[in-house]
Design a protein around this ligand. Structure first.
Ligand SMILES: NC(=O)C1=CN([C@@H]2O[C@H](COP(=O)(O)OP(=O)(O)OC[C@H]3O[C@@H](n4cnc5c(N)ncnc54)[C@H](O)[C@@H]3O)[C@@H](O)[C@H]2O)C=CC1
Ligand SMILES: O=C(O)C1=N[C@H](C(=O)O)C[C@H](O)C1
Length: 268
């Protein structure tokens, strides 16, 4: 790694998140945009893409090709579940530390990548949510679940989202299930008269996914106990909310020697 400068490749630069990430890298003194990987536009420079900063970093249409030609320290991936999974493997194979914001990974995929990162002796971060407030919402939910084992997760997103449930909801359920005794919620004899009415189920805990234009990224974690309810809610009202977390992840991934799943593991 060039001293103090972190060379970053951004995958998905024309996307809602990728565009913000390119700006973040361009504006951060100790980051350098090494390249961008787009699904098209091979051979142009980043400045030639609409709305991009005046940066001459090259654009590739393939990560393998990019990492064969460009010196890079970190890959920031903000693409699609399919591309993100592929890119995670390619980056590790090239010894480039992945920071994956793309969602849709299951536990097995995360464990396999953890092994690979450790074999390579490099860091990797999969962060289902880069917003500090969302990470706190997940941590507070884990605290509350110790006292309120009855809980339902309601995640609400814009209608261009490909994966359901959201990575944040899946991670919240995983954190809650670390402390909650497995419990089937609702009436033991309850029946769905319409399929899906009770949402997805993880160890008896239910997740409900809403998709609507006008939304960005929102989640409520609802707890119920005798005579009381507790609601913990987080709202991202724009994509800038995620950028301090992207910066934190890039700064931290270069010192790690394993894969970290969730920003809470690197937040002080
Ligand atoms: N971890 C976090 O805090 C957040 C994660 N996300 C996740 O990030 C991902 C991207 O979200 P958005 O920017 O909203 O989506 P988007 O649809 O606006 O952008 C995705 C971009 O990826 C590009 N792409 C697709 N396949 C590609 C490939 N093989 N190589 C390079 N680029 C490729 C598309 O052309 C598009 O420009 C999603 O998985 C979403 O769930 C979104 C917001 C926050
Ligand atoms: O697709 C999105 O927009 C978001 N995806 C992430 C998720 O699946 O949790 C993070 C955030 O909720 C926005």
């Amino acid at each position: 790694m060039a001293e103090n400068i972190i060379r970053v490749v951004v995958a998905g630069p024309r996307g809602k998140m990728g565009m913000e990430a390119v700006k973040l890298v361009n504006e951060t003194d100790h980051f350098e945009l090494a390249a961008a990987v787009d699904s098209k536009n091979d051979g142009i420079q980043i400045k030639d893409l609409e709305g991009m900063p005046d940066d001459k970093a090259p654009v590739f249409d393939d990560l393998e090709k990019c990492l064969d030609q460009v010196e890079a320290d970190v890959l920031v991936d903000l693409t699609t579940p399919e591309a993100g999974k592929k890119h995670l493997g390619i980056a590790l194979d090239h010894g480039v530390r992945p920071v994956i914001g793309t969602t849709g990974f299951n536990e097995e995929e995360i464990e396999q990548s953890r092994k690979k990162a450790e074999e390579k002796g490099i860091g990797a971060i999969i962060a289902p949510n880069f917003a500090v407030g969302a990470v706190l919402m997940m941590k507070f939910s884990q605290m509350a679940a110790k006292y309120f084992p009855d809980v339902e997760i309601l995640e609400m997103h814009h209608d261009n989202k490909l994966d359901a449930p959201s990575g944040t909801a899946a991670k919240t359920a995983a954190l809650i299930n670390e402390v909650r005794t497995p419990k089937q919620q609702g009436h033991p004899d309850e029946k769905e008269d319409m399929e899906g009415a009770r949402g997805a189920e993880v160890n008896g805990l239910h997740i409900h996914s809403v998709r609507l234009p006008g939304l960005v990224a929102h989640q409520e974690v609802l707890f119920g106990g005798a005579g009381q309810t507790l609601t913990i809610r987080h709202d991202s009202i724009n994509r800038q909310s995620f950028m301090p977390g992207v910066r934190l992840a890039v700064d931290n991934v270069v010192r790690l020697k394993t894969l970290v799943y969730g920003l809470e593991n690197i937040m002080e």
